[in-house]
Design a protein around this ligand. Structure first.
Ligand SMILES: C[S@@+](CC[C@H](N)C(=O)[O-])C[C@H]1O[C@@H](n2cnc3c(N)ncnc32)[C@H](O)[C@@H]1O
Length: 204
């Protein structure tokens, strides 16, 4: 996997398998805060489901924002879990916790708990019995990673969300939004960050 320095100074990776970067090249860390953490209104005490943990930057932004938080992360690729990237100085302490979670598949202290379930998210999600306050949905693009953008998968996600909980995703593709609506979500524009089109928020 090739390293890519993004415009906010944080690094991401380029996937040879999917022929896409793991984050927007306009800013990997910026994307995590602006497209995921802020639209989901992450705050202390929340239970977050991070679908497609990857390098863990979305979880990092959530942990840094809330401090006291419970995160369940789904990721199929063990190789990406072993990859470390450069993050801004002010996030380095929290990034150590994310690295521990990625390497040991769990991290726990008196405030934060992170669990990583390795496997296809369509299967691992079925192991979850809890209800979540927020969901980050960050697969590769719909044409490259279609299995995680279906109505069927969105229904599985919604079953595990509290009423009124928010799902955030970067895609505003028409098909993605219509599948979210068919699965019972209320769909709205999310913020425009690093491009003209908005991201998407879906309310359970
Ligand atoms: C765009 S990257 C996610 C970036 C990540 N949120 C981060 O902060 O680094 C997409 C991730 O989805 C994972 N993925 C793709 N298909 C999957 C599947 N069916 N189940 C679980 N994870 C999957 C890939 O391995 C990759 O790590």
């Amino acid at each position: 996997m090739k390293r890519v320095l993004t415009k906010d100074g944080s690094e991401t990776l380029y996937s040879e398998d999917y022929k896409e970067t793991y984050h927007s090249v306009t800013g990997a860390v910026e994307e995590s805060f602006e497209k995921y953490v802020k639209p989901c209104k992450i705050k202390a005490g929340m239970r977050v489901l991070d679908i497609c943990f990857g390098l863990g930057l979305n979880s990092l932004a959530a942990l840094h924002t809330a401090k006291e938080i419970s995160i369940t992360a789904l990721e199929k690729d063990r190789n990406v879990l072993s990859q470390e990237v450069k993050v801004p100085e002010h996030l380095r302490e929290d990034y150590k916790k994310i690295r521990t979670a990625a390497e040991n598949l769990c991290y726990k202290d008196d405030k934060a708990e992170i669990k990583v379930l390795v496997g296809d998210a369509r299967e691992t999600i079925k192991q979850l019995n809890e209800k979540y306050d927020a969901v980050f949905l960050d697969p590769f693009s719909p044409p490259k990673n279609p299995e995680l953008w279906t109505e069927e998968f969105f229904r599985e996600i919604k079953k595990r969300m509290k009423k009124g909980a928010i799902l955030a995703t970067y895609s505003c593709a028409r098909k993605v939004r219509s599948n979210l609506s068919k699965a019972g979500f209320e769909v709205k524009d999310g913020p425009c960050v690093g491009r003209r089109s908005p991201s998407t928020i879906a309310i359970a």
